[in-house]
Design a protein around this ligand. Structure first.
Ligand SMILES: [Zn+2]
Ligand SMILES: [Zn+2]
Length: 126
C-alpha cells in the first residue's frame, strides 16, 4: 500500500474511532501508533484533504483551536472539558428556546462546559 494512502486511512480511522471531535495533535497521537514516523505537517495536510472531500467538518469552539469530526452526523452538541480540554459529543438535545414573537428559530448551537468522566473528582476507579 502506498504510504500516503496508509497515512490517510490511519487519520480517517482516528476520527471514526474517537467518536468525538479531535484536534490535529490528538489525531497525530492516535494515528502515529498505526503509521510510525507520521508528522504533524502530514496530519494538517490530510485533515485539509478530508475537509475538502467532505469527509470531516470543522468544529469551532469559542477561543479554542479548531477540531474536526466525521461529517454527516445527526444533530448533537459538544461538551468541553475544562481540565483536559477534551471535546466530547452529547447526543441528547433538551434545548428549548422561546424566541420573540414573529421570529422563526432555525437552528441553535449549545456548548456544554464541565469535567469529563476522566477528570471529574470522585470518579469511581474501576
Ligand atoms: Zn477531561
Ligand atoms: Zn440541540
Amino acid at each position: 500500500m502506498q504510504r500516503n494512502t496508509r497515512q490517510r486511512q490511519a487519520i480517517q480511522k482516528a476520527f471514526s474511532h474517537a467518536g468525538r471531535p479531535l484536534g490535529p495533535r490528538e489525531v497525530l497521537e492516535a494515528a502515529v501508533t498505526v503509521v510510525p514516523g507520521l508528522g504533524i505537517a502530514t496530519v494538517y495536510r490530510t485533515i485539509k484533504e478530508l475537509v475538502d472531500a467532505g469527509e470531516i467538518v470543522p468544529v469551532e469552539l469559542p477561543g479554542e483551536n479548531t477540531r474536526y469530526e466525521v461529517s454527516g452526523k445527526h444533530h448533537h452538541h459538544h461538551f468541553h472539558c475544562n481540565k483536559c480540554s477534551g471535546v466530547f459529543e452529547v447526543e441528547v438535545c433538551n434545548f428549548d428556546a422561546t424566541v420573540p414573537k414573529g421570529f422563526r428559530l432555525e437552528d441553535h448551537e449549545v456548548i456544554l462546559y464541565g469535567l469529563c468522566d476522566n477528570c471529574a473528582p470522585g470518579r469511581k476507579t474501576k
